[in-house]
Design a binder for this molecule. Structure first.
Ligand code: AMP
Length: 285
């Protein structure tokens, strides 16, 4: 069956013109920001967007500002034709795919910096990451002016950072989190899973298995520190390393938990390397 091509705009002016026409017609607009290399996790965001709005815009921009010099910006998978076909099939209305010059023109000098929830976990492992994310997401929200924007719980800390930023900057948009889409063995879908060899992909099953163990142990009254140790040991045993963090924290504030049984709302956060691929996941207790 032939699929109608997805309309694409590459400039902020063209994006604003399309969105303004929709709003003039009284339509509610949703934005789903992505870096492309789309998979069913992204499609879950599109489905959630369509459930909440009349029109759905997806953006694809591999944001150089959120990659450190030693990270995988150049290697990051790119393929707009395939992405565009997937978005069209999912019922997305518009693709916004700006280039780096459109997003960061010569002389660009502004950064959005979020404190608090951006500091632990990824904030320790990737110190510049949330500054780059907050800046580009603030720009996308201002450029598009959606009524609602959707982000995956797969990047749970990022979701909290964006919610905080939208609140603090009075951005008139509802930020909605969407549950993590997973493969059959429970591994969270990620564009970076494409880096895994077949053997590593098998070994990666140990990550969701360890997360499930952690949730069950905590629900049984296990101490956070013991569970963190056990998860660390099982990941190391499965060939992961280095392990950037295994931490159980409050799911709203990201505060560390004290001794004793964990309170409702706690969350297990893991970031660990498998060969040259860094995998992250989180699971609510
Ligand atoms: P990315 O293209 O990886 O920057 O992700 C774009 C958006 O998709 C972010 O809001 C991610 O949290 C979300 N996302 C990525 N993987 C998943 C997944 N497995 N399930 C749900 N959302 C996801």
């Amino acid at each position: 069956m032939s699929q109608t091509a997805l309309p694409v705009v590459r400039t902020i002016a063209d994006l604003r013109a399309v969105v303004a026409a929709w709003k003039a017609a009284g339509e509610r607009v949703a934005l789903v920001p992505t870096m492309g290399a789309l998979h069913d996790g992204h499609m879950a965001l599109i489905a959630a967007a369509k459930a909440r709005a009349d029109r759905c815009v997806a953006s694809i921009f591999v944001n150089p500002a959120q990659f450190a010099p030693h990270e995988d910006f150049d290697a990051y998978p790119r393929g707009e034709d395939r992405d565009s076909a997937m978005l069209a099939a999912a019922g997305c209305d518009l693709l916004f795919a700006p280039n780096a010059r459109e997003m960061y023109p010569a002389g660009f000098s502004t950064a959005v910096s979020v404190g608090g929830v951006s500091q632990p976990l990824e904030g320790v492992s990737r110190p510049k990451f949330f500054g780059g994310v907050a800046t580009v997401v603030a720009k996308l929200l201002i450029q598009c002016g959606p009524d609602v924007a959707l982000f995956g719980e797969k990047d749970y800390q990022q979701l909290l950072v964006i919610k905080r930023m939208a609140l603090d900057l009075d951005l008139p948009v509802e930020i909605v989190g969407v549950p993590t889409a997973r493969d059959r063995d429970g591994l969270a879908l990620s564009s970076r899973n494409a880096y895994l060899t077949a053997e590593q992909r098998k070994a990666a099953s140990a990550l969701p298995a360890a997360m499930r163990y952690a949730v069950a142990a905590l629900q049984d009254g296990g101490e956070a520190i013991d569970v963190e140790g056990a998860v660390n040991a099982s990941l190391t045993g499965a060939g992961f390393g280095p392990i950037d963090y295994v931490e159980i924290r409050d799911g709203a504030t990201l505060d560390r938990l004290g001794p004793g049984p964990v309170r409702p709302g706690a969350r297990v956060f893991v970031a660990a390397w498998l060969g040259k691929t860094r995998l992250i996941d989180n699971w609510g207790v």
